[in-house]
Design a protein around this ligand. Structure first.
Ligand SMILES: [Zn+2]
Length: 80
């Protein structure tokens, strides 16, 4: 009976260690993204082409815009 308990504890330990290992991998990825936030990447407005920090941009349909107005602005405005 004692063997069963030891086996159960061993399995639980392995699962716990694996979970922690996975979590530490995820956290290292997240911290890498956080450090990259200091040197913020610039994005280009898909409508007017102005460059601006990614945090100040508006993301819509996978494209960055400088403002909500340009998100809703017609895309095929060739006259400008
Ligand atoms: Zn714009």
């Amino acid at each position: 009976m004692a063997k069963l308990i030891i086996l159960a504890i061993a399995i639980w330990l392995v699962i716990t260690i694996l979970k922690r290992y996975r979590k530490s991998l995820d956290q290292s990825d997240a911290s890498a993204e956080n450090t990259g936030r200091d040197s913020e990447s610039m994005v280009q407005c898909a409508h007017c082409g102005i460059h601006l920090p990614q945090s100040e941009s508006v993301l819509s349909d996978g494209q960055y815009f400088c403002s909500q107005a340009h998100v809703h602005a017609p895309k095929d405005e060739s006259g400008n």
